[in-house]
Design a protein around this ligand. Structure first.
Ligand SMILES: [Mg+2]
Length: 170
């Protein structure tokens, strides 16, 4: 379980994920989460940093699609200036949204990664379609009991990630 849900890569923010890194590890297609991955919940539109980051991916031919568990108006407004394939109410970790996103990008799992802030949503969704998984910490975490519980359950998985990384770098 820990191994299954352990992300392949962890970054402190999406901005650290460079086109060069993605190309080096053979990722050509990105399934993007929005909330708390690219922007906090209360930010309705992408800022210049997000637009710049997506433009840099596009410039090297890396394709992207949004799969969000949030509702259509949120995703549509966020995507208005970006215009990539989008799948609101993606119901991650279920497969439907992510599979449709891969189809929309003509992607193959071996060259695809999910990017998100939640292990039990984004990482799990990526695993289920045989893609790689990139985790970032939530930009601004909610403080409700359910979210706290999820973070608590994520902890042993992240401990496993750090241990595995130490092993690799030795
Ligand atoms: Mg999220």
């Amino acid at each position: 379980m820990r191994k299954y849900l352990c992300p392949d890569y962890y970054f402190d923010t999406y901005r650290e994920i460079t086109p060069a890194f993605l190309l080096e590890v053979g990722i050509r297609y990105l399934i993007l989460d929005i909330d708390n991955t690219l922007a906090p919940y209360e930010q309705p539109e992408p800022d210049e940093q997000i637009l710049g980051w997506l433009a840099a991916l596009d410039a090297v031919g890396i394709r992207a699609a949004f799969v969000s568990n949030n509702k259509a108006p949120r995703v549509e407004l966020f995507n208005a200036k970006i215009g990539i394939p989008m799948f609101p109410e993606g119901k991650k970790p279920l497969r439907r949204g992510t599979v449709r996103a891969m189809e929309a990008m003509s992607a193959i799992p071996e060259q695809t990664a999910t990017l998100g802030d939640q292990i039990f949503t984004d990482v799990w969704a990526g695993r289920r379609i045989g893609a790689r998984t990139i985790l970032v910490p939530p930009i601004k975490d909610k403080r409700d009991p359910f979210t706290r519980l999820k973070r608590l359950l994520e902890r042993p998985i992240m401990r496993y990630y750090r241990k595995r990384k130490e092993r690799v770098s030795k």
